[in-house]
Ligand binder design. Structure first.
Ligand SMILES: Nc1ncnc2c1ncn2[C@@H]1O[C@H](COP(=O)(O)OP(=O)(O)OP(=O)(O)O)[C@@H](O)[C@H]1O
Length: 301
């Protein structure tokens, strides 16, 4: 388990980029770190992955303090940047991994075996000996993931893993991340501005605002905690004239009746008793995005 306790970071000329936050990561789970631009997500990732020392607070991995920077800890962590940065385009995928492996002291047969296994995990084994400049965007992002796996880390940090990728490639990358958590038991922390991605992948989320955690919990808990309207049902009926008066509290327009989902059963019973036919039913569910917007608005008050 990775545990950060009361960590803070202040840069010269900025207020606290990260202010006394605590969070944890578990093997096999995907954690989402959300927040608007400048909320402190990247700074947090850099501290958790050992790239930046916190000004205050402590980070422990299996009860060992991260600042001790032992080889054991170095091999427990890796960070995967989004986009195409830090790959060598004039080398093949395999040569890239050999280079990054050498930075962790990997060489010889052990290195070859590890690289073959990782290339199979990210489904690049058949493209291993092609120059990276000839890779598609999705292949480059999968090579980034492979690079992040080279030291067989237990905890992986991803900053915007699907930024700029088309929907098919983004889906492919998400499937790889899920596979790494579920099948390979990696602990993953990702930042993303794509709320649907967070909803699909994350077991638990932390929401940052101006360096503070303003919410932590599951995506479902975020939806439940906020006092936003419940899901909404729109009923298309054959005759609204008979129902005006009965449903003052609901919105009626044209032949459409909009009600909250809790009142669906009572409403259908009433419509049936009035011999009003329901022609169509549409349910609009509140999304995590709605909840986050509400959360940011409430915090700004
Ligand atoms: N190296 C630095 N020097 C000075 N200020 C910095 C540095 N890195 C980050 N900051 C500041 O710290 C705050 C948090 O930045 P950070 O990059 O962590 O936010 P973020 O949530 O990742 O934002 P984004 O979504 O835009 O990437 C911002 O005010 C930023 O300007």
């Amino acid at each position: 388990m990775l545990i950060a306790k009361n960590i803070s970071k202040t840069f010269a000329k900025t207020n606290n980029a990260v202010s006394d936050i605590s969070l944890s990561m578990k093997e096999g789970k995907i954690i989402g770190l959300l927040g608007v631009n400048g909320a402190g997500k990247t700074t947090t990732i850099k501290m958790l992955s050992g790239l930046l020392n916190p000004d205050t607070g402590h980070i422990f991995i299996d009860d060992i303090e991260l600042t001790s920077q032992t080889k054991y800890l170095k091999n427990k962590l890796n960070i995967i940047p989004g986009g195409e940065r830090n790959l060598y385009w004039r080398l093949t995928g395999r040569e890239n991994l050999e280079y990054f492996g050498s930075l962790y002291g990997l060489r010889g047969k052990k290195c070859d075996d590890q690289i073959n296994e990782i290339l199979s995990t990210v489904q690049l084994i058949n493209a291993a000996d092609i120059l990276v400049e000839n890779y598609s965007k999705g292949m480059k992002q999968r090579l980034q993931i492979a690079r992040g796996l080279i030291n067989d880390p237990t905890y992986i940090f991803l900053d915007e893993p699907t930024l700029g990728l088309d929907i098919l490639i983004a889906k492919e990358v998400r499937q790889h991340l899920k596979h790494l958590a579920v099948d390979k038991q990696k602990g993953i922390l990702l930042t993303s501005h794509y709320i649907r991605e967070v909803e699909e992948l994350c077991d638990y989320i932390y929401v940052l605002d101006a360096g503070n955690i303003i919410f932590e919990g599951t995506p479902t808990q975020l939806n439940q905690q906020l006092t936003i309207d419940s899901d909404v049902v729109s009923l298309t009926v054959d005759d609204t004239t008979k129902i005006v008066g009965f449903f003052k509290q609901y919105v009626v327009s044209e032949n459409e009746l909009t009600i909250s989902v809790e009142s669906l059963q009572a409403t259908l019973a009433h419509l049936s008793s009035e011999n009003i036919s329901v022609l169509d039913i549409k349910i609009t569910r509140h999304t995590l995005e709605d909840s986050l917007v509400t959360l940011f608005k409430e915090t700004a008050k």
